[in-house]
Design a protein around this ligand. Structure first.
Ligand code: GLN
Length: 544
């Protein structure tokens, strides 16, 4: 029987509950426990797949093809444990399960279907679904803030869950804000007291508080919080704003015994933790010797979390090369004039970039700007890395410049193009739904032996995660190859083009998948490391 840790949040959102959950995962794993992570979200979308990144940040894709919350990315990056479809449940998905059952008759037939007990029971089923026979501890983060109308069924489910599983098998952590009022020079505990009071109303008394504060919380303050909130003083932890990187958080929490307190509550014996690799990564961040500038030419440039996994992957790769990467996020539209690509503008805007990355995306806004960024990178021999839509843009650019098809495009952007070099596969033509209808999750890919991709991966058979509808159009395959495009990665049946490269270019690679979902601080992804290395080389040559 696994043990369960629940992480709730109070006062305001964005307090870093996900980082607390991920840190616990890392620390327990480093002591030899098998952990599983889960995120419960109170919103009514079935999953975040159809939400604009402006609303919700990046959509994180799991190995089994679920479109999930970006917190799952943190769980994987911290622990290295793969999440799955059952690691992410929204209220919408819970209701979807219930309503399907209701229509079928069966278990609900003749009954009134209600929030209590039906929704609350289904949430408990969801929580149980994430563990497998080897799981020791399940760590569940509850999205939203205690006191929200939508959160109520989830908290009620947790209360019942603790009753059923037994107090010794369940641990509650409440992450809350302890604000500092500058003018009064005072730290205020009242918002946290109120938030815990809301939890107690529901019947949940937290075992631990993690307090976000910009000021150091001394023993007096922690005693006061503990007293009013019914928590031991030693279990009132602080989560200070870390100095250099959020990856310091697990260390901060470990210093306050977050992991040993949880394990002692569960009555589990634990070996020493092994986190040398992690500490080394944190130290390396501050020991960089060089600097490199990468331009990320995308669409959602105002939203810091829209390209979260890519940003992180660039940093891990650069850190492993003792380099600091400066990521300049550039709106693709700024490389256009009246909706057309403007190479002169690209030249100006991208002139300090040592490498150019075009990330994934949907829709037609900024497409011509992205194609122009590819053109600039190809002609000026700047290292280029295209991811998903970015790879598709590279294919289009090549079709226009090298094959001479001026109106070459993707069918997603231009339905009437005479040269749809990126198009839907025949088997996809009938699909009309937008949600969950893409090629999603991990697919195998076979690498061409003499390619750059093969050199970087160091192996022939790889698996990477996908999230797209459109594909390289095979009708043009021969023509592309004849003109110098290298198809260096194909699906094992050779029907799908997964990776493209260019001859006569120091580093030009486009991938139909999303390698960023598999990068970790302690294990940067080879495609990112290769790209950063090439960018460093380009910079050094420029300066020679
Ligand atoms: N919009 C493109 C497609 O659906 C690319 C998707 C992406 O970049 N994730 O094929």
């Amino acid at each position: 029987m696994p043990k369960y840790v629940f992480v709730t949040g109070g006062v305001v959102s964005s307090l870093g509950k996900g980082i607390v959950a991920a840190s616990i995962g890392l620390l327990l794993k480093s002591r030899g426990f098998n952990v599983a992570h889960q995120k419960l979200d109170p919103y009514l979308n079935i999953d975040p797949g159809t939400m604009n990144p402006k609303e919700h940040g990046e959509v994180y894709v799991t190995e089994d093809g679920a479109e999930t919350d970006l917190d799952l990315g943190y769980y994987e990056r911290f622990t290295g444990v793969q999440t799955s479809r059952n690691s992410s449940f929204s209220a919408g998905r819970i209701y979807d399960i219930i309503l399907k059952k209701e229509r079928k008759g069966g278990e609900y037939f003749g009954k009134t279907v209600q929030v209590v007990p039906h929704v609350v029971n289904e949430i408990q089923n969801a929580i149980r679904s994430v563990a497998n026979e080897n799981t020791d501890v399940v760590i569940v983060e509850i999205g939203g803030t205690v006191g929200d109308i939508e959160s109520f069924p989830f908290l009620e489910a947790l209360r019942l869950f603790r009753q059923k599983e037994g107090y010794k098998n369940v641990y509650f952590i409440h992450v809350s804000l302890v604000p500092y009022l500058r003018k009064a020079d005072e730290i205020k505990t009242k918002p946290t007291q109120h938030s815990v009071a809301r939890l107690r109303e529901i019947g949940i008394i937290p075992n631990m508080l993690v307090c976000r504060s910009e000021k150091f919380l001394d023993r007096d303050i922690r005693e006061k919080l503990g007293m009013f909130c019914n928590v031991d003083t030693d279990s009132v932890l602080e989560s200070p704003d870390v100095k250099n990187t959020i990856y310091e958080c697990p260390i901060e929490f470990a210093n306050q015994n977050i992991d040993t307190q949880i394990l002692e509550h569960f009555g589990l014996k634990y070996p020493e933790k092994q986190i040398d690799e992690w500490i080394e990564y944190i130290e390396n961040i501050t020991k960089t010797e060089k600097e490199v500038t990468v331009a990320l030419v995308g669409k959602y440039t105002q939203v810091p979390d829209a390209y979260k996994s890519i940003n992180e992957s660039l940093i891990y790769a650069a850190t492993s090369l003792k380099t600091k990467v400066i990521i300049k996020t550039i709106s693709a539209e700024t490389l256009e004039t009246n909706g057309k690509g403007d190479l002169e503008k690209a030249r100006q805007i991208l002139k300090n970039a040592d490498g150019i990355l075009v990330p994934g995306g949907f829709g037609d806004r900024g497409i011509e700007g992205k194609i122009t960024a590819v053109k600039y990178a190809r002609e000026e021999k700047i290292p280029f890395f295209g991811i998903c839509l970015g790879m598709q843009m590279a294919v289009i650019e090549f079709a226009r410049s090298a094959l001479g098809y001026e109106d070459a495009c993707s069918r997603e952007v231009n339905k009437n193009t005479t040269h749809p070099v990126i198009a839907l596969m025949n088997s996809q033509m009938e699909v009309v739904d937008k949600g969950g209808t893409m090629r999603l999750g991990a697919y195998p890919c076979k690498l061409n032996k003499n390619s750059l991709a093969h050199k970087l991966y160091g192996e022939e058979n790889i698996h990477e995660r996908h999230r797209h509808r459109y594909e390289f159009n095979n009708e043009y395959r021969e023509e592309f190859i004849k003109n110098g495009l290298i198809l260096s990665g194909l699906s094992p049946d050779e029907q799908l083009v997964e990776i493209i490269e260019l001859k006569d270019h120091p580093h030009f690679i486009g991938v139909q998948f999303h390698p960023e979902f598999k990068s970790r601080p302690v294990k940067p992804h080879p495609l990112f490391t290769g790209f950063i290395e090439a960018s460093i080389n380009t910079k050094e040559k420029k300066n020679d």
